[in-house]
Design a protein around this ligand. Structure first.
Ligand SMILES: *[C@@H]1O[C@H](CO)[C@@H](O)[C@H](O)[C@H]1NC(C)=O
Ligand SMILES: *[C@@H]1O[C@H](CO)[C@@H](O)[C@H](O)[C@H]1NC(C)=O
Length: 135
């Protein structure tokens, strides 16, 4: 094999390796949808689109608890922050009763942005619409 063919071969390998990586990333996206089946993931009512929070403020996050199943696998809730499509490690509150429908949280000190959302976890995660956090 001439050195030129070998370089070409390497480029092809690299291309397919990258292609495979992106194919995996793309395949990973629908998992969110799958996880939602047959589990309790109450819809977040507040914050909603257009909500503006300021760091350090206290707010009641609210969610709809109507139509909850009789037996909930995990009745403890957890609220996490997400920026864009990226989850952050910030837990705003946890170990509360998922059937409360409301929990007070403190707005964390984060980079201002209009693409924050909350993820309410019970059995699975449910996302709020994107809202704004300002300084
Ligand atoms: C959250 O809701 C409770 C109960 O209605 C209320 O007492 C509390 O003041 C609320 N907190 C905020 C920050 O609005
Ligand atoms: C809920 O759990 C109880 C106790 O395990 C059981 O007796 C009941 O049938 C369950 N109800 C439903 C709707 O699954």
């Amino acid at each position: 094999m001439s050195s030129q063919t070998s370089v070409l071969a390497k480029m092809f390998l690299l291309f397919f390796a990258l292609f495979g990586m992106f194919a995996n990333l793309a395949a990973a996206v629908p998992v969110e949808e799958l996880e939602k089946r047959d589990v309790y993931d109450p819809p977040v009512l507040y914050p909603h689109a257009g909500t503006i929070w300021y760091k350090g403020q206290r707010h009641n996050v609210t969610w709809d608890t109507t139509n909850h199943p009789v037996n909930i696998t995990n009745k403890f809730g957890r609220i996490m922050l997400r920026k864009g499509l990226i989850p952050t490690p910030l837990i705003l509150e946890e170990n509360f009763d998922i059937l409360l429908g409301r929990i007070e949280v403190t707005v964390p000190w984060v980079t201002p942005g209009d693409d924050y959302s909350l993820v309410l976890y019970g059995d699975s995660g449910n996302f709020s619409p994107m809202f704004t956090i300002n300084e």
